[in-house]
Design a protein around this ligand. Structure first.
Ligand code: WQD
Length: 334
């Protein structure tokens, strides 16, 4: 089985490439390094001791996609490529709509041309907006509060319409909650090039003193300690969910969405305190005002993914904190 992985050198993409290779799949990767580094390719090969083909390019470019499908018999696609920063999407909506929608349309058109109709799509819990109740189930209403989330929801709708037009398609939509952590080897992980938007990469940069102090955005939310609650999931658990989703689209036709979360919410302060405890490191922080657009709490009901994909998360918050720090320490050693 040969799987095309778009955005395969990104944070979740690279971890999924490792799991696919370890599970015995052949992979082909396309990436334009807009949010990743070329050396991730070597790291994936070091971890798995396996080789694979790589194409440098933009998924919007149908010519390179046609070349990939002409040169390789692709059985299924895992589609990660896309911009993913909520704040940036508010400032640059046209860039987000153009890139995320255009690339997906190009990919689906070329897949159709080559009769490859099995796809796993990287969606996000952000499509639920502010949930009416918790935990979140897949049949909850979908509404978004920013252009990034809107692109994810639009692509989900495109995939649902595609299946209605042609029941030969096999489509798994994976709604990620909050992926954090890194591969146990410490060779791959999350290392944004600029000031991190997300909580864990910011904590890690404060731990390594690259950044001085963590700003905690609000402690007046309707949660146990007033800070925001999220469903943090180890990126390796998340990546293993993609293997189960690939097995599903290889086996069954249809389109369906699955929550990939742990079902357990942790507050910002709980995460910070856990990180300090397990890594024996001090994190300077101060409470500041709320970040516009943030919601009080968000965590998954993961039972549908368990029932339909036979998948559930197994790694806990302490392991997520250990692995996140271990990755950055390894980078500093290099
Ligand atoms: C988590 C909590 C913040 C940074 C976003 C996207 C989502 C997905 C994951 C792509 C919140 C608080 C954060 C900081 C803080 N991305 N926080 N100080 O916003 O839940 O989800 O990233 O798929 O689609 O929406 O993640 O890590 O930014 O925030 O206090 O410096 O940490 O208020 O409560 P979020 P996050």
């Amino acid at each position: 089985m040969k799987i095309l992985v778009t955005g395969g050198t990104g944070y979740i993409g690279s971890h999924t490439c490792v799991e696919l290779l370890d599970a015995g799949y052949e992979i082909v990767v396309i990436d334009n390094f807009s949010n990743s580094q070329p050396d991730v390719l070597d790291k994936i090969k070091m971890i798995t001791r396996k080789d694979f083909k790589f194409y440098k390019g933009d998924v919007c470019d149908k010519e390179i996609l046609q070349m990939i499908f002409k040169e390789n018999k692709i059985d299924a696609v895992v589609h990660f490529a896309g911009f993913k920063a909520v704040g940036e999407s508010v400032i640059k909506p046209l860039m987000y709509y153009r890139n995320n929608i255009d690339s997906t349309l190009s990919l689906l058109e070329v897949m159709n041309e080559y009769n490859c109709k099995k796809i796993v799509f990287s969606s996000s819990a952000t499509v639920y907006g502010k949930p009416d109740k918790l935990p979140i189930k897949e049949n909850f209403s979908l509404k978004t509060t920013n252009p990034y989330g809107a692109t994810k929801l639009m692509i989900e709708d495109i995939l649902r319409d595609l299946y209605i037009s042609d029941n030969d398609w096999s489509i798994a939509i994976l709604r990620y909650f909050n992926p954090i952590g890194a591969h146990a080897s410490g060779l791959i992980g999350e290392n944004p090039n600029d000031i991190p938007n997300n909580l864990m990469p910011y904590i890690v940069k404060v731990a390594t003193k690259e950044l001085e102090c963590l700003n905690i955005f609000g402690d007046d939310y309707d949660t146990l300690d007033g800070t925001g609650v999220r469903d943090y999931i180890h990126v390796v658990d998340l990546s293993k969910g993609h293997i189960k989703a690939i097995e599903k689209v290889i086996k069954d036709k249809g389109v369906d969405a699955y929550n990939l979360g742990t079902g357990r919410g942790y507050s910002v302060l709980e995460l910070v305190n856990t990180f300090m405890k397990v890594n024996n490191v001090k994190i300077n922080y101060k409470i500041v005002g709320r970040r516009p657009g943030d919601i009080d709490a968000c965590y998954a009901d993961p039972s549908y993914a368990k029932e339909k994909l036979g998948w559930s998360a197994s790694l806990g918050i302490e392991q997520m904190c250990k692995d996140a720090y271990n990755f950055i320490k390894k980078i500093e050693e290099m």
